[in-house]
Design a protein around this ligand. Structure first.
Ligand code: PMP
Length: 330
């Protein structure tokens, strides 16, 4: 019989898919690492596995313990699945900009979810960072993975995402483009690829306009899961050769194009990363191989990015003729 002992045995080893339509006019090969193939639907399953297994090994996470983490949803899903399979309880703290679909998903896996306001400073007692600290203090046998400072976050990518890309491209990858949230993906994957290629692979971060990585102050933006208003220690400042800032509008329009033209129903940070990847690829030749990481799927964003009314309210639909409504107007 051919079967896996648990769903968590399927974390990682995601496919690389060539982008064919949005790359029109570009001679470099642009390949997408499609992370929604992970069991929890995002790249964060990788860090959940490694952070939990390392905490078990060190004794920081005790049998039957509770995992408490501030998370925008994807890390929560990864942690919830791994925790459930290994017999731990989870409490997640989310900012209120996170879609209800994501929060309900966490609850479906059996996790508890506490929702906090986005519009307060990180040092405010109600900020999602501080609420989670309080829950750690008040819950017996609690362990906080802290993806922002946990070295097993970048390490998971150093040991899985990086080697997978090197193997899948047979060492032909020339550029890696990844959105930056905690910085774990770009630091671990980029760090490995630089090391194995002797520094030949160039690493480019994609960041929402207004976030600190591209020189902003943390001004609010709507793309979820990327950008920060502080510098996490999971982010290695020496890895990225450049950072491309991308607007919400460009990110979301590209996200819709990925679904419509490439058959990839993915999240907003994927559209953002692809905008940056195309910006990079435009300047390259036919021998270059650009890999862009697509962190999650689009099902959690149906009422936002894939909803014309929501897009129109923010002025994110293409200006001039509104293609989505041409049929109705005529
Ligand atoms: N996109 C999405 C949707 C995410 O949830 C995350 C994780 N915060 C990222 C991108 C960025 O990944 P990282 O935290 O590894 O920088």
């Amino acid at each position: 019989m051919r079967y896996h002992n648990s769903i968590i045995d399927l974390v990682g080893n995601t496919p690389l898919v060539k982008l064919n339509k949005v790359t029109e006019g570009i001679s470099a090969t642009v390949l997408a690492k499609v992370e929604y193939f992970n069991p929890g639907g995002s790249i964060k399953d990788r860090i959940a596995m490694r952070m939990i297994e390392a905490a078990e090994a060190s004794g920081a996470l005790k049998p039957g313990g509770t995992i408490v983490e501030p998370t925008s949803g994807n890390t929560g899903v990864g942690l919830a699945i791994v925790a459930q399979q290994k017999g731990y309880h989870c409490i997640f703290v989310c900012p209120d900009k996170v879609s209800t679909d994501k929060i309900n998903t966490l609850r479906a896996y059996g996790a508890e979810v506490v929702v906090c306001p986005t519009a307060v400073a990180p040092e405010h007692p109600d900020s999602y960072y501080n609420v989670s600290d309080r829950l750690v203090r008040e819950t017996p046998n609690a362990w906080k993975p802290d993806q922002y400072s946990n070295p097993d976050n970048p390490a998971s990518h150093y040991h899985s995402t990086g080697p997978e890309l090197w193997e899948q491209t047979e060492g032909k990858i020339t550029h890696l483009v990844a959105g930056v949230g905690t910085g774990g993906t770009i630091s671990g994957t980029g760090g490995y690829l630089k090391e194995v290629s002797g520094g030949a692979v160039k690493v480019i971060g994609a960041d929402p306009e207004g976030s600190v990585y591209s020189g902003g102050t943390g001004r609010p933006y709507l793309v979820e899961g990327v950008g920060e208003d502080f510098w996490p220690t999971a982010y290695d400042r020496n890895v990225a050769d450049g950072i491309v800032a991308v607007s919400d509008k460009d990110s979301f329009q590209m996200t819709r194009r990925l679904a419509k033209e490439e058959g990839l129903l993915v999240g907003g940070s994927c559209g953002m990363a692809v905008v940056a990847a195309l910006e990079v690829a435009k300047q390259l030749g036919p021998d270059d191989v650009v890999v862009v990481i697509l962190p999650d799927g689009g099902r959690g964003y149906l009422s936002k990015i894939f909803n014309d009314d929501w897009m129109a309210d923010y002025g994110f639909l293409p200006s001039g003729t509104d293609e989505a409504h041409i049929g109705e107007v005529l």
